[in-house]
Design a protein around this ligand. Structure first.
Ligand code: NDP
Length: 303
């Protein structure tokens, strides 16, 4: 009787390509070193340092942490820091008066009013009162109008950080299909216009977008700025794309995660930012750069 054929199972290894991590911590550190060098040069030439006023109203713990980080960065790179801390019950009139005073101080080149402000304060009118030349947050309507028109002006810090990370990957943005998920004035909209400035073909998605998965599947470059933990599934990601995750979401176990399902996305994207350690560290680094830029522009205006 012929013996039964013997099947030898050969293991089949499928090595999924893994995305290259975009190291925001390292890039932010490099930006800070470069800014520090340029500030030292600025100070040698002009006899003073660029100055940043930070205004914190109330006792929101997260805001206090962010502002502390910004002040620490000032000390590290050589920006003169002008801290202002006001109680939660500060009136709109008192805050407006402080902003006007800072607008008039020549040693203050940048003004950062930490958001969110207490509910009884109209944030829009505070932001609009900041001198656009000192608008290092890039949130003044004039700064945003300049961005929309493709003219020089202060750009918001997180979007600037995103653009820097994209540039570091070497991706050619010209003609690339870019999808921006999220359309806030702080993040989504400015990023979309900055990508447009760089000749990407931009699609903006938001809570009423009919088929987010289909839009994401088309993206050579995906910017996720929604604020919903891992909402963008890894399986939606276009193979070989660049994924920048701006989202910061704290889970019930205390861990921070982004808007993108990170592990699964790593198997499809060519480049991806981790959360934490991606976009997060870039924001403060770009604030330092904006303060230097503001000081230089005010020099040009004065001379
Ligand atoms: P906002 O809440 O202001 O905006 C969220 C946007 O996401 C809105 O445009 C909203 O659409 C959209 N959105 C909500 N749900 C969906 C959905 N189901 N599908 C598609 N779009 C949706 O948030 P921010 O822009 O201020 O911040 C976004 C994220 O980025 C947050 O996690 C925040 O913590 C983080 N962040 C990180 C920073 C950093 O330094 N890394 C700095 C700033 C923010 P709609 O307009 O229709 O409501």
């Amino acid at each position: 009787m012929p013996s039964a054929p013997v099947y030898i199972a050969t293991p089949f290894y499928y090595a999924a390509p893994m995305a290259q991590l975009i190291d925001g911590k390292a890039t932010a550190a490099a930006v800070r070193v470069a800014v520090k060098t340029e500030i030292a040069e600025f100070q040698r030439t002009h006899g003073y340092a660029p100055g940043l006023a930070t205004v914190l109203v109330g006792d929101d713990a997260a805001s206090a942490t962010y502002v502390r980080g910004k002040r620490k960065a000032c000390a590290e790179v050589g920006v003169a820091s002008f801290p202002h801390e006001l109680p939660a019950q500060t009136t709109q009139a008192d805050l407006l008066a402080l902003v006007c005073k800072l607008n008039a101080q020549s040693e203050v080149h940048g003004i950062l009013v930490q958001l969110p402000l207490p509910k009884h304060i109209d944030s829009d009118s505070i932001i609009e009162t900041v001198d656009p030349a000192k608008d290092v947050d890039g949130l003044h309507p004039l700064s945003q109008a300049r961005l929309v028109q493709g003219r020089e002006g202060m750009r918001p810090c997180t979007p600037l950080g995103v653009m820097r990370l994209l540039d570091d990957t070497g991706v050619d943005l010209k003609g690339a299909r870019a999808v921006v998920a999220g359309r806030s004035n702080l993040v989504g909209k400015p990023i979309a216009f900055m990508l447009l400035e760089r000749h990407a073909t931009v699609t903006m998605c938001h809570s009423r977008t009919r088929d987010l998965a289909a839009e994401v599947a088309n993206a050579d470059v995906l910017i996720a700025a929604i604020g919903r933990a891992q909402m963008i599934r890894g399986a939606w990601i276009k193979p070989g794309s660049v994924v920048i995750d701006v989202g910061i979401n704290r889970q019930s176990d205390g861990k921070l995660v982004g808007d993108v399902e990170f592990a699964a996305a790593c198997e499809r994207a060519a480049f991806i930012t981790p959360v934490p350690g991606g976009v997060g560290p870039m924001t403060i680094a770009m604030l330092m750069q904006n303060t230097l830029t503001a000081a230089r522009r005010q020099l040009t205006v004065r001379s």
